[in-house]
Design a protein around this ligand. Structure first.
Ligand code: CMC
Length: 424
């Protein structure tokens, strides 16, 4: 059996090094021994956008992007979406196993007990304009919780972390619902602990109990969005958390990362794009513009999936179920035709660009009565359970230290300060 090592010859010096391979990975710091002389810093890797760098070891979510596989703690996403619910998914992500009935009941009770925002939040919304973006309010809401829950600074205390994780999962939903109500100038509705998590959310938004088929659709969307391993926002959660900042400050940072249109903001961008295209007749012209580099086909492509995003397939089915209740979203025809054309076009085939989770989710959200600005909040609410599970794993991981990448410095060497009067 050949050794699990990599032999590297440095042609600058002729020296040979043997580097250990573990879990199909070499440690970047093992390259530091490769030097031209004793003064040399040693070899680094250059990986902007982390295209091929594992930043952590994790046991939470597995993705095989080539095969279109997504598992939470080993359970395939389609099985969880078919038979599970969001709160047991949140429990699974956090604790590593599905809860039994007693554990789920206790977990649900604890989440419900934490749904209400602290009293001092009553004035939080007063300073905002009614047109404030709900993601701005969510980010600020997390930051506000950080200053109210001062015990959340005890990040090395397991009991304190547990308390904050319940608060974070539960109050993400309440912050989302209140942001919506505030924008509509409607009074806030207190959570009803007798309802399911998704049912409560719809109740707190719209003031009445929703059709169970719509509650189920939202629950499925929450399951699908709960975690997605080391993406931009989750890596942000871990990076900020690695400084031992409290989890609410880390959530604010993670939500900021999610907000961008290349990440969770894509669902809002998809709907705007579909509206702009307007009708099936305009699709060929739009595709030609994308191929010419004038903008992207939002909701298509993924850093990891080079196959159909398994979440997009489930969402497409959920969309059909929702439209049975709400009536069809007229933009569905544009989306379906756009998908069909793109999947047969050489540009998209060659680059392995398939619909991602955001391509159809916006159509459901719109049919449920949400304005496009709320879409990324709907992504963030369930993702809070993934962010917090990843944060807990990071805090408990002995390999983790404060995150601190290196750089390749290409700027000026040392030079002397020139007084203002002497500058040309
Ligand atoms: N439309 C048109 N061309 C695209 C698209 C797209 N949506 N995505 C990638 N490409 C092209 C890109 O121009 C490049 O072409 P070339 O090789 O000729 O330069 C090639 O495909 C590779 O693209 P890339 O930007 O190097 O790929 P990436 O892995 O850095 O980007 C991505 C991944 C998701 C940011 C990108 O596919 C994208 O911008 N998609 C649209 C935004 C979107 O839907 N984001 C949601 C992602 S899923 C939800 C989440 O988890 O965040």
């Amino acid at each position: 059996m050949p050794a699990d090592t990599l032999t590297i010859t440095d042609n600058r010096t002729g020296k040979t090094y043997e580097i250990a391979i573990k879990d199909e990975t070499i440690k970047a710091v093992d390259l530091r021994q490769i030097k031209t002389d004793a003064e040399d810093f040693g070899l680094m890797t250059y990986d902007p956008a982390y295209m091929n760098t594992a930043s952590c070891k994790s046991r939470i979510t597995f993705i095989d992007g080539d095969k279109g596989i997504l598992n939470y703690r080993g359970y395939p996403i389609d099985q969880l979406a078919d038979d599970g619910n969001y709160l047991e998914t949140a429990y699974l992500l956090w604790h590593g196993e599905l809860p039994n009935a007693a554990q789920l009941a206790e977990f649900t009770t604890s989440i419900n007990a934490n749904l209400s925002l602290p009293d001092s939040f009553d004035n939080f919304y007063n300073g905002w304009g009614r047109d404030a973006h709900p993601m701005s309010m969510l980010m600020a809401g997390y930051a506000g919780l950080a200053s109210i829950y001062t015990d959340s600074k005890k990040v090395l205390d397991a009991e304190s972390r547990k308390k904050q994780i319940f608060r974070g999962i539960a109050q993400s939903m309440t912050l989302g619902a209140y942001g919506y109500r505030f924008r509509k100038s409607l009074p806030f509705i207190k959570p009803d602990p007798s309802l399911s998590f998704a049912g409560n959310f719809l109740y707190m938004l719209f003031g009445k109990e929703a059709d169970p088929r719509l509650v189920r659709a939202v629950d499925i969307l929450f399951i699908l969005h709960a975690d997605h391993e080391q993406n931009c926002s989750t890596s942000t959660m871990r990076l900020v958390g690695s400084s031992q900042a409290d989890p609410f400050s880390s959530l604010a940072a993670a939500a900021a990362a999610l907000y961008g249109p290349l990440h969770g903001g894509a669902n809002e961008a998809v709907l705007k794009m579909l509206r702009q295209i307007g009708s099936v007749d305009n699709i060929p012209g739009f595709i030609e513009k994308v191929k010419a580099g004038e903008g992207r086909l939002m909701g298509f492509g993924h850093r990891v999936y080079k196959n159909y995003d398994p979440r997009a397939r489930i969402i497409k089915q959920a969309a059909e179920d929702v439209f049975e209740v709400t009536g069809k979203n007229p933009l569905l025809d544009v989306a379906s035709e756009l998908e069909k054309i793109a999947l047969h076009d050489e540009y998209f085939i060659k680059r392995k660009l398939y619909p991602n989770v955001d391509f159809y989710s916006g159509l459901i959200y719109e049919a449920l009565g949400f304005p496009a600005e709320m879409f990324t909040v709907l992504f963030a609410i369930p993702r809070a359970s993934g962010w917090l599970s990843q944060w807990e794993e990071m805090i408990c991981d002995e390999d983790q230290k404060i995150g601190r990448p290196r750089q390749i410095f290409l700027g000026e060497g040392k030079r002397d300060y020139v007084p203002l009067a002497n500058r040309g």
